[in-house]
Design a protein around this ligand. Structure first.
Ligand SMILES: [Zn+2]
Length: 228
């Protein structure tokens, strides 16, 4: 059908030309303005109606999945091309497909979208569940290491160190496997911030190593009190 422009569409495809200059249907005589679509039949332009493509709807390029599905479901389809003066060749603009095929394709793409949304929500939920379990196990482990640590405090430390995305010790492999040494580090860090004036010292411009040394005794007291 595209004898005049043999390179416009691949083999087995009906090529429809989105025209730049006006033309006229060689069969019904309809004026075809720039931007309208026609096919070439034995070297002469045919409007879409005379090409028996008038019932098809246009789908612009851009969504590869939607395009593929719409073509698959359409028993008749065509590729719309337009000549690019700057590039000196025909370029694909979109396709013409049956309306029902396009609707079916759109439906499928929409339900894919729904499915992806549900899957995202489910995996977020699963991660939250894992996080809750990790905090639970970590709270227990802290209380085993420090029997007299107040439960609320153990939980707060576990939540703080176990929070997803945190770079702190709780998220490391060691923290996850509830390695005692890693938990001790987490507890010491928590005690340093919550039970000493370490943060205040840092705020006052105290050197980090000096500040740590200054609060070391206080940390030991608290840890001892907790039975560590
Ligand atoms: Zn016509």
């Amino acid at each position: 059908m595209s004898g005049a422009q043999p390179n416009a569409g691949a083999a087995g495809e009906i090529a429809v030309f989105s025209i730049l200059r006006e033309s006229k249907c060689s069969e019904c005589g309809e004026e075809l303005y720039g931007g309208s679509m026609l096919t070439m039949y034995r070297g002469a332009p045919l409007c879409l109606a005379c090409s028996d493509l008038g019932h098809l709807v246009y789908l612009g390029r851009g969504d590869a999945t939607l395009t593929r599905r719409a073509r698959k479901y359409s028993s008749l389809s065509a590729v719309v091309v337009r000549f690019s003066r700057s590039r000196g060749r025909y370029e694909r603009q979109g396709i013409l497909v049956e309306e029902a095929a396009l609707e079916r394709a759109e439906q499928e793409c929409l339900s894919d979208e729904d499915r992806r949304t549900v899957q995202r929500a489910r995996s977020a939920e699963r991660r939250a569940e894992e996080d809750r379990e990790l905090v639970e196990r970590m709270t227990q482990a802290i209380r085993e290491l420090y029997p007299r640590c107040p439960p609320a405090e153990a939980r707060a430390i576990a939540e703080h160190t176990g929070r997803r995305g945190s770079a702190r010790v709780g998220r490391t492999a060691a923290g996850r496997s509830l390695d005692a040494a890693a938990l001790r580090l987490a507890v010491v860090a928590a005690v340093r911030h919550r039970h000493t004036n370490y943060d205040e010292l840092l705020m006052r411009g105290r050197d980090r190593a000096d500040a740590r040394a200054a609060v070391a005794g206080r940390i030991e007291e608290v840890i001892d009190r907790w039975g560590g």
